[in-house]
Design a protein around this ligand. Structure first.
Ligand SMILES: Nc1ncnc2c1ncn2[C@@H]1O[C@H](COP(=O)(O)OP(=O)(O)O)[C@@H](O)[C@H]1O
Ligand SMILES: [Mg+2]
Length: 356
């Protein structure tokens, strides 16, 4: 096997642009240079793709990030023929979309890569777009008999709807946009008068909003890796030092949360979480990788699924690579495996017939 050409897509038209630049810096550093040649494509906040002739690493408080250089050649996607630039076609064997959130993790880029006929890391179109919609994902999980926190979906913040919501779900409750991430637009509502402003805030980010009872729970995450036979790693725990695992706790306050690896759990619970993570991954039509997030209710020890992330954070301190590492799969080996899985899925799809 010769050296493979891996294209890293990073940046993107999403609220999580900066996080992607940090994740991509780690991926670029951990890809084994004896196995891979890197082609970096930076996507600016307006969604334009640029070929990066040289990786530009910037030092930050959080470590390193890649910067999107826009004084560069524009990249085009050629249906059925991969990627190109004004100087010719790009030699790409596999694409790693290191993109979080909209236009990256939501099936749109995945669709573009299908049309370009390129193998890519992570979930396909359906899994990606489904996981982006927290409400639809939970409906599917519920139908598959998997445990989730109760929820209702609302599309307006009128006083009639607040009254209706409070009848079904008493405070304290959580209000969140259905398709956002990074805790953007999420409020914990502790009294009835806080509901309307919370709905208005969430409706800034999505036309669909979810309301859920606030559960008093530990937050447990589980890394899943694989295609047809996915495996789940030992779960980790997030211990937020804020009211909940908010945007501030995630990205602003350096002491916002502690990560515990592995989570301190009795063997039976850990085992149950791992099998639920695999079931959740399958039910949500994922492939390659995903991080499945749970609530472990303090009083009852009940395990509840919260959400699934198809392109989880990939920085050196991110939970997904850390959880794999804690189970003996070092970061560079994890990347090898993700690339193999991408090629395997592409080959399987290639073997299918799309006409009689
Ligand atoms: N029903 C809930 N009960 C308790 N805490 C919640 C609930 N829903 C969300 N949270 C808190 O908000 C955080 C972010 O919510 P989440 O649904 O994971 O959205 P995001 O995609 O933005 O991470 C969670 O990690 C948790 O701290
Ligand atoms: Mg979350």
């Amino acid at each position: 096997m010769g050296i493979r050409n891996v294209c890293i897509l990073f940046g993107g038209r999403s609220g999580e642009h900066e996080v992607s630049c940090r994740s991509a810096a780690s991926v670029a550093k951990n890809l084994d240079p004896n196995k891979y040649r890197q082609i970096l494509i930076g996507i600016d906040k307006a969604g334009r793709w640029y070929l990066q002739h040289k990786a530009q690493f910037l030092k930050e408080d959080y470590g390193e990030r890649l910067e999107v250089a826009t004084m560069a050649e524009v990249v085009s996607v050629v249906p059925g023929q991969g990627l190109g630039s004004p100087s010719g076609s790009l030699n790409v064997d596999v694409v790693f979309p290191v993109l979080h959130g909209t236009f990256g993790e939501d099936g749109t880029v995945q669709g573009l890569l299908e049309i370009a006929d390129l193998p890519y890391v992570g979930a396909g179109v359906l899994g990606s777009s489904l996981a982006m919609d927290k409400a639809k994902t939970k409906e599917i999980w519920r139908q598959s008999g998997l445990p989730v926190v109760d929820f209702i979906v609302v599309r307006d913040g009128s006083s009639e709807s607040t009254a209706r919501i409070l009848k079904k779900i008493p405070v304290p409750l959580f209000v969140k946009p259905v398709t956002a991430g990074s805790s953007v637009g999420i409020t914990k509502v502790k009294s009835a008068d806080q509901l309307q402003p919370a709905l208005a805030e969430a409706l800034r980010f999505d036309s669909k909003v979810m309301v859920e009872p606030a559960v008093d729970a530990r937050e447990i995450e589980c890394a899943v890796l694989g295609n047809e036979s996915p495996q789940a790693f030992a779960p980790g725990e997030i211990l937020p030092n804020h009211e909940f695992y908010s945007y501030e706790a995630k990205y602003i306050d350096p002491e916002g949360a502690e990560l515990k690896l592995p989570a301190d759990l009795p063997e039976t619970l850990s085992h149950e979480i791992r099998s639920l993570a695999v079931a959740a991954f399958r039910a949500a039509e994922c492939s390659g990788m995903a991080r499945v997030d749970f609530f472990l209710e303090r009083e009852s020890d009940r395990i509840l699924l919260n959400e699934i992330n198809t392109i989880p954070g990939f920085t050196n301190i991110s939970m997904y690579p850390k959880m794999c590492e804690a189970s003996g799969l070092a970061y560079p080996k994890l990347l090898d495996r993700l690339i193999e899985l991408a090629l395997e899925r592409h080959n399987r799809r290639r073997a299918l017939r799309f006409s009689l």
